[in-house]
Design a protein. Sequence first.
Length: 187
Amino acid sequence: MFLIVGLGNPGAEYKDTRHNVGFMTVDAIAEKFGFGTWREKFDGLIAEGKIGQHKVYLLKPLTFMNLSGNSVVKAAMFYKILPENIVVIHDDMDLEISKIKAKTGGGTGGHNGLKSIDACITNAYHRVRIGVGHPKIGDAINHVLSGFSKEEKKYLQENINLIADNIEILLNEGMPAFSNRIGMLKA
């Protein structure tokens, strides 16, 4: 059993922002694999389904980014899902808009959603980082809460599709195989 978490902020004003690429990606996974309807639970929205032979819960925390761990820990404890079976998909300003990176564990890179999750369940979960670029001028908060240009949307959609199309590799074969596959396709 797996828990795949997409990080973002609730509310229409955040829907298409850089900080919400995690929400966008789990929505794409839910659609691709025919997950059930989203329901409110664990301070978030959760959907249940299967990816290959694996029972999977998709979670979109509704606690706002800085408190994402509260939602994740509630779902993980209820379903008895260990950190090694949790995948968190999130935005990363240190990556160009066209890049995706994936790893298990590691630091937060200053990402408040990851800091919150680390504090609640340790850092031993899988991370899929979607590049949203770094602001040329201005502050990081305004950057992650901004939308995408037409060209950036094209890259973003390619990245979301790439993750959805290959997420089963992560569940079946583990992070090294998934990371290699993504790296090979993004080269």
